[in-house]
Design a protein around this ligand. Structure first.
Ligand code: ATP
Ligand code: MG
Length: 564
């Protein structure tokens, strides 16, 4: 697939690639990769990187591979490998070939490490990780050279082979690149390339006791695959000189890849760190990684977010060189815009209150036409049963209405959507004074929702016929984090634990009464409950609904507030 970039203005990454193509740097070849570590599930931040890498390759008739960056056996697992592939497929992107694994390159990496040792560019250090880290120094602080820095290549080679053979304890030796302990860039101060860790790997099992660091594995994996443009997030900008140093000193099978960095996605009211997301699951704050309140791809999917809306959002925010935080309302507005076009309208009463029509002919049911989607004439109409016993929302009736309350109250006439005008006459109370039933009369002349005499009503309510209603469980959600910037420093300047900013009641569950057509909804389908929002039928149980987004465009309100 190729063609024009869908992006209105070309971003700096696309400019970089275009310049390379014009200069024939890689003979016009474009190859990118998406390199997740299989230690958790993908989240919406990853989606930004995914669409950037895959679409960039497509736009240039290039290649984009999925590569698992599986160099940390402690935290990684095959289950994440599978889940990540499912999530990519759901987002609508496809690796240009079978997924690759950094672990497939362990042997090549080892060979290259020996070649650096032979040329005096790497050495075995007997110091522990903590000592090595302290000796690195800091900005304006000198680095301290290891006492083992000047071992001969022969001695280093011997020790390195023994490391591989398991002769030494975990953590007792490390292989380090010999670069410059006084470099201004900390990453060039003799970075660690290998650590000894007797941890079984999910793919190589117990074949290795040496594991490469991210910096030693990443650029080399890029080179092995033939990547041209290696795109990562800003925190790796400082690693770039090291990325280049390793590649400059190796005999590469293909052109030398280059790295560029873009700003990661941050969203208000959201945390996007796998570590923090894991802690929410482990502490029981959410049910699982695919809880609809989670910003994971699986969570958003269960919540009813269409993948195309996620992509449209990612396109809109673009790619920048400085970090910023995007309002979550913008993402929601893309979801709402899309669902407005596609979701069928249905009626559902989330907090049911009985409404009895006292002048309704006994045992009579009429079938009324209701429009499935006013935005999509092809969606047609459906028939909805109407009877003398209905469910309406508790919030749509008040015995003593507050000012400006235009819904149902004794003596007031309102429209029931697609049905009749009704006037409340009385209410039945329980012993505690709560309204448990509303009595009303209907006007048979108003079938379809308008009066022949042209009289108007101030509100239209949704409803469900009680004998025809289907029971369903409906989850309403608040933001998972109440704070706009979870964990942001307080007045004292101290960073705080984002978990202190969790919403105390982010989920509210109701036993709802929904119209009969919803008995046939497919798992995962999103419909609009009239007046209430968009709701996704759960992926495992179509009698459970999750509110995807409400109907009000909060993004538009934010824009208005910013202008004024
Ligand atoms: P986290 O910080 O959430 O644990 P990570 O960066 O450790 O994420 P990886 O699996 O290493 O997760 O990420 C795979 C790719 O996704 C990397 O190239 C990374 O730069 C990119 N990525 C991760 N988070 C974001 C984000 N918030 N915005 C854009 N890209 C991201
Ligand atoms: Mg990472």
């Amino acid at each position: 697939m190729s063609g024009e970039s869908p992006y209105e203005s070309i971003d700096f990454i696309r400019e970089w690639v275009r310049d390379d193509n014009e200069a024939a740097t890689y003979d016009g070849r474009v190859q990118t990769r998406f390199p997740p570590e299989p230690n958790g599930y993908l989240h919406i931040g990853h989606a930004k990187s995914i669409f950037l890498n895959f679409r960039l390759a497509e736009e240039n008739d290039g290649v984009c591979l999925l590569r698992f960056d599986d160099t940390n056996p402690e935290t990684e697992d095959t289950s994440y490998v599978e889940a990540i592939q499912e999530d990519l497929a759901w987002l609508g992107v496809e690796s240009s070939g079978p997924p690759r694994y950094a672990s497939d390159y362990f042997e090549q990496l080892y060979t290259w490490a020996e070649s650096l040792i032979e040329r005096g560019l790497a050495y075995v250090d007997d110091q522990d990780a903590e000592t090595i880290s302290t000796q690195r120094g800091g900005f304006g602080q000198p680095g301290v050279e290891s006492p083992h820095r000047d071992r001969s290549p022969e001695e280093n080679l011997g020790l390195f082979r023994q490391m591989r053979d398991g002769a030494f304890d975990d953590g007792s030796k490390a292989l380090r690149a010999k670069i410059d302990m006084q470099a201004d860039n900390m990453w060039l101060r003799d970075p660690v390339m290998y650590r000894i860790r007797r941890v079984p790997h999910h793919r190589t099992e117990d074949q290795w006791v040496l594991y490469p660091t991210y910096d030693w594995a990443h650029g080399q994996s890029d080179a092995i695959e033939g990547v041209t443009h290696s795109i990562c997030t800003l925190e790796f900008a400082d690693h770039r000189p090291l990325y280049d140093w390793f590649l400059d000193h190796l005999d590469l099978p293909s052109d030398q890849p280059r790295q560029a960095e873009f700003a990661r996605l941050n969203l208000t009211h959201t945390v996007l760190s796998k570590r923090m997301l894991r802690s929410l699951v482990e502490s029981g704050h959410v049910d699982s990684w695919d809880d609809p309140r989670m910003p994971t791809i699986r969570g958003l999917r269960r919540r009813g977010y269409p993948p195309s809306a996620i992509e449209a959002f990612v396109e809109r925010i673009g790619v920048a060189k400085t970090n910023s935080t995007v309002e979550i309302e913008l993402l929601e507005s893309f979801v709402r815009t899309e669902l407005n076009q596609t979701a069928l309208r249905r009626m559902a009463v989330v907090k049911p209150l009985k409404l009895t029509i006292t002048n309704w002919p006994q045992d009579t049911v009429v079938m009324l036409d209701a429009i499935n989607n006013p935005e999509d004439p092809e969606a047609g109409t459906r028939q909805v049963a109407f009877s003398g016993e209905l469910w309406i929302e508790q919030d749509d009736f008040r015995l003593e209405p507050p000012p400006k309350y235009y819904r149902l109250t004794p003596g007031r006439e309102v429209r029931l959507r697609s049905a009749f005008f009704v006037t409340a006459t009385d209410a039945v109370l329980d012993d505690d004074g709560n309204v448990i039933e509303v009595l009303a009369t209907y006007d048979p002349e108003t079938q379809g929702g308008s009066a022949p005499d042209g009289r108007k009503v101030k509100s239209t309510l949704h409803w469900v016929s009680a004998p025809h209603a289907v029971d369903a469980t409906v989850h309403l959600y608040e933001r998972l984090f109440e704070a706009e910037h979870p964990g942001a420093a307080g007045d004292d300047g101290e960073a705080r634990d984002p978990r202190d900013d969790l919403h105390p009641a982010s989920r509210e569950t109701h036993q709802a009464k929904v119209e009969a057509a919803l008995a046939d909804v497919a798992v995962g389908e999103v419909v609009q409950f009239e007046r209430l929002g968009y709701f996704a039928a759960d992926l495992d149980d179509s009698r459970v609904f999750h509110r995807t987004v409400g109907l009000r465009d909060e993004w538009a309100n934010i824009q208005k507030r910013k202008k004024s």
